[in-house]
Design a protein around this ligand. Structure first.
Ligand code: NAD
Length: 430
């Protein structure tokens, strides 16, 4: 899976390179990660035994600023996967014009098998192992799959112990009481909502007559579903890993959110809870069925590789907003494009998370903390400005929004790399 993500990302890069005039030097630089670190992390387990875990941190490109990217705790983590995710972060930060480069980290572990004490020792041990490789001016980690604010707090604390000074700006996604930012927990769904609204205006699509299906009712998916509901869109289907619910007349998202929080299952909302009475015609759907529903907008917000050559022809939505990272394979992309389905890409749509992480880093460095209203207002300006620019590039060059987003990011990366001097500069100066 890891290498296929990297080769998919590279295919998209090669396609975008055709539309950008960047120097050969710059495109050559972007093909390789700047630095990759592999570490062994010894952890004393609760039963007294010692286990050694493998960890990674990759800084892909730092031409535009210190590198930024999450830390993943997952049994499938490999160096390849971490390198490809770091590559992705490089383009996401450039597309949003953040003064940051791209990075990623990970530990090969199933965190569900560890006690909380073991998880804390692993988190602190990971920082002991990579401390020389990160720093507020060098590389700034954040949470990713199976890491959370508490883990970020332990990691910041450990780094501060090593440096013998409080260093909140070394990591983002921290608890609010340890220098986290207001609005970070809802940033990805909120940023995606701003992009969706700006793009729907281009098509004259009004909320009241627009139907939406959301795959994945987690941190990101439930936030955008709620914002769409509040704005008057008809959210007709939502799902989680257990399956989904569909009602053509629209679902009551606030009730689903409330029941999901208390029962941790969507099905319970409709089969057991009192919300059964709110919607009279609903059906249970599988995730496969949800992706093929007759809706205007489809929002994959669960995981990668959900729309593939096998099921792309069943998709009926006219617009897709990728809240998850990599939910559509590059082959499926071609099939959707041939059917004039608009795909708004992950490197734009879900960039609200890294944008508010950037705000957290700025607040930590300045010591001045913003209200949630400040955070969301700045987030909206940045998301809408970059979405509009990407849309304009797509129109000018008659290319899909995904390729336009890569073109946009490449122009910025190319400018920054060229500013350090290219072959033409040095040959001309001899
Ligand atoms: P999460 O764990 O909070 O939620 C994931 C949801 O997807 C859960 O409801 C889960 O039940 C569901 N799910 C899992 N497997 C599924 C399947 N096979 N079919 C349908 N649903 C399934 O995770 P999240 O933070 O909301 O992240 C979701 C996606 O958004 C990921 O791809 C993540 O990389 C991406 N993303 C998240 C953030 C963020 O800040 N949270 C930022 C950028 C990108």
């Amino acid at each position: 899976m890891a290498t296929s993500i990297l080769s998919d990302a590279n295919r998209r890069l090669e396609r975008a390179l055709k539309y950008v005039t960047i120097s050969d030097d710059a495109s050559e630089r972007l093909r390789y990660p700047k630095a990759s670190l592999i570490v062994s992390i010894p952890v004393r387990m609760d039963n007294g035994t010692l286990r050694v875990f493998q960890g990674y941190r990759v800084r892909y490109d730092d031409t535009r600023g210190p590198t930024k990217g999450g830390i993943r705790f997952h049994p499938d983590v490999t160096l390849d996967e971490v390198q490809s995710l770091a590559f992705w972060m490089t383009f996401k930060c450039a597309a949003l014009n953040l003064p940051l480069g791209g990075a990623k980290g990970g530990v090969t572990v199933n965190p569900k098998e560890l006690s909380k004490f073991e998880l804390e020792r692993l988190s602190r041990g990971y920082i002991d192992a990579i401390a020389d490789f990160i720093g507020p001016d060098v590389d700034v980690p954040a949470p990713d799959v199976y890491t959370n604010p508490m883990i970020m707090g332990w990691m910041m604390d450990q780094y501060s112990i090593i440096c013998r000074k409080l260093s909140p700006a070394v990591i983002t996604g921290k608890p609010l009481s340890m220098g986290g930012s207001q609005g970070r927990d809802t940033a990805t769904g909120t940023g995606a909502f701003y992009v969706l609204q700006a793009m729907m205006a281009k098509f004259g699509q009004v909320p009241q007559t627009t139907t939406v299906a959301v795959q994945g009712f987690g941190n990101a998916g439930s936030v955008i579903a709620r914002l769409l509901f509040d704005a008057g869109y008809k959210v007709v289907a939502v799902s989680d890993s257990q399956g989904g619910v569909y009602s053509p007349s629209g679902l009551d998202i606030p009730s689903i959110q409330q029941f999901k929080t208390s029962t941790r299952s969507l099905k319970a909302v409709y089969c057991e809870g009192t919300v059964c009475n709110i919607v009279d015609d609903y059906t249970l759907v599988t995730n496969e069925e949800l992706l093929a529903l007759d809706v205007d907008i489809l929002i994959p917000a669960a995981m990668e590789n959900q729309i593939t050559v096998e099921n792309a022809s069943a998709v009926q939505a006219r617009y897709i907003f990728e809240v998850a990272n990599g939910p559509i394979t590059s082959e499926a992309d071609r099939l959707l494009e041939a059917r004039d389905i608009y795909v708004f890409p992950d490197i734009l749509v879900n960039a609200g998370g890294v944008t508010v992480s950037y705000f957290e880093w700025v607040q930590n460095r300045s010591g001045l903390y913003w209200t949630v209203e400040d955070v969301n207002a700045r987030l909206k300006t940045m998301m809408v400005t970059e979405a509009e620019r990407i849309w304009a590039i797509a129109q000018e060059l008659a290319i899909p929004p995904r390729t336009a987003a890569y073109v946009h990011a490449l122009e910025r990366l190319g400018d920054a790399l060229n500013a350090k001097g290219t072959r033409d500069y040095y040959v001309g100066g001899l």
